[in-house]
Design a protein around this ligand. Structure first.
Ligand SMILES: Nc1nc2c(ncn2[C@@H]2O[C@H](COP(=O)(O)OP(=O)(O)OP(=O)(O)O)[C@@H](O)[C@H]2O)c(=O)[nH]1
Ligand SMILES: [Mg+2]
Length: 193
């Protein structure tokens, strides 16, 4: 398995009708603001400038599409848990996001990101519950594992697995030591049709 893949930014979309007409398998990235979704894209592609990362989340609510080789697409989504926009804007985006997640046929699996340093938060559970109501496929990726002492790695992953169920994979955008495992699992999801 490769450690890095060639990736490029394709397009931003606000809603389903603006999404690219590509049929590559797609993985939307869900998670709290600042959890490391955009850094995940940069880590896998070894390109820190590909997806915008920041400590101060912006207000733009867009789905950003990144194509990895000719293999799959990652859809970078604005994080939840950041409410410095009007209720009206929030509701509109919520509607667009739901439509995208429920109707986009290319989606292979959702990916929910959890910060390895912290407990799963209330809005993470709420997101998960929503996904389960609709029975959508989902896996969990635990980010910032470089902050976690090696002796605690396994416990953290097991603990999240106990609470969320399903597949739980570690990731670090600092040392990229988990990249192969991620690509391997994506390949598996893609070949499962
Ligand atoms: N040490 C470490 N820092 C990370 C890691 N991933 C992300 N960060 C840092 O965490 C901050 C937020 O990362 P982003 O990738 O922008 O987070 P995001 O989930 O895309 O946030 P939003 O776009 O606001 O939803 C940045 O300062 C990153 O450098 C990681 O694996 N290890
Ligand atoms: Mg981001």
């Amino acid at each position: 398995m490769t450690k890095y893949m060639q990736a490029k930014f394709l397009i931003s979309a606000e809603k389903l009708s603006q999404c690219p007409e590509y049929t590559l398998p797609e993985f939307p990235l869900l998670g709290r603001s600042n959890v490391g979704k955009s850094s995940f894209i940069n880590g896998l592609s070894n390109n820190k400038k590909l997806a915008k990362t920041s400590n101060t989340p912006g207000k733009t609510r867009l789905i950003n599409f990144f194509q990895f080789g000719n293999d799959f697409m990652l859809a970078d989504l604005p994080g939840y848990g950041y409410a410095k926009v009007s209720k009206e804007a929030q509701n509109k985006w919520q509607k667009y996001l739901e439509e995208y997640l429920l109707k986009r046929e290319q989606i292979k699996s959702l990916i929910q990101f959890i910060d390895g340093r912290h407990d799963i938060q209330k809005n993470d559970f709420q997101m998960r519950e929503w996904v389960e109501i609709y029975n959508l496929p989902i896996i969990t990726i635990v980010t910032k594992m470089d902050y976690v002492p090696k002796s605690k790695t396994l416990n953290i992953l097991k603990n999240i697995e106990k609470q969320f169920g399903g597949v739980v994979l570690p990731f670090s955008a600092v040392d990229n030591r988990y990249n192969e495992g991620i690509f391997e699992y994506f390949q598996k999801l893609i070949s499962e049709n």
